[in-house]
Design a protein around this ligand. Structure first.
Ligand SMILES: *Cc1c(COP(=O)(O)O)cnc(C)c1O
Length: 246
């Protein structure tokens, strides 16, 4: 009997459960429920939208807690911070998504450590990532970031430049092009937000009709989750509502 208890206590998972910030598990459940409810309202199946937990600025322990609550996919913006975290969490089977801007001198790190990149907006970056992707790994899964609403501060290609980048990107052997990502300018008007999401969805469907094999539309954050899901998002990126204020 005693050895059973000792064995149990030696299990790492028990210690994480004891040390766990209950908020992360509760918050994750709340966000999942919101996604399900939005899917229901939109007449979509609950499994059609994936949750990406944005863990930027949070340490490895917060990610461990989210993993213990069942979350597998994590988004990061700052490359060096992310690589340190990915290295510290190598004992877990996690999927890492780069969602921030990538400088040329960081492409090698991204190619070696991430599973996905959502923020491709230049052919140069895509070419470097493709060349630098280690051959023992599967191709890097990527999205093109589109600046749908012409917001001044954001990265992303314009809709006009999208077709040319799409052609080039789809030929790069180290990458698997999965779809589009967009970050709409925040607006108080749900109608304005929906219009931007709808435009992203139209661009996405247009590319599919041209024959590109795409399945991912990465749009929707804490503030515009419902609108994004209503317009066809397949992956929402949520940080604050899971981990708290940064
Ligand atoms: C930080 C970030 C998010 C998450 O934003 P929250 O407001 O914390 O939910 C989503 N997408 C991108 C690209 C981000 O940089």
């Amino acid at each position: 009997m005693r050895s059973i208890w000792l064995g149990l206590l030696a299990t790492r998972r028990i210690w994480y459960a004891l040390a766990m910030n209950p908020n992360i598990a509760v918050n994750l459940a709340k966000v999942q429920a919101q996604i399900e409810s939005s899917c229901h309202t939109a007449g979509r199946s609950a499994g059609s939208v994936q949750l990406l937990a944005v863990s930027k600025t949070w340490g490895p322990e917060a990610v461990r807690q989210a993993h213990a609550a069942g979350q597998l996919a994590f988004g990061e913006n700052y490359i060096q911070e992310a690589v340190d975290k990915i290295t510290a969490l190598q004992d877990l089977a996690l999927q890492w998504h780069c969602i921030g801007p990538i400088q040329s001198n960081k492409t090698r790190l991204v190619a070696a450590h991430f599973d996905w990149v959502h923020s491709i907006d230049r052919l140069k970056t895509a070419q470097r990532l493709s060349e630098q992707r280690p051959s023992h790994l599967q191709p890097l899964q990527v999205c093109i970031q589109v600046n749908v609403d012409g917001g001044p501060t954001k990265a992303g290609v314009t809709p006009a430049d999208l077709p040319a980048l799409a052609q080039e990107l789809s030929r790069l052997p180290g990458l698997k092009w999965r779809g589009l990502m967009t970050i709409p300018e925040p607006s108080d008007s749900p109608l304005v937000m929906r219009a931007v999401h709808a435009k992203a969805k139209a661009l996405f469907e247009g590319l599919r009709q041209q024959g590109f094999d795409l399945d991912t539309l990465s749009m929707g954050m804490s503030a515009d989750l419902d609108a994004a899901i209503a317009e066809g998002s397949t992956m929402v990126r949520v940080g604050t509502a899971i981990f708290g204020q940064r």
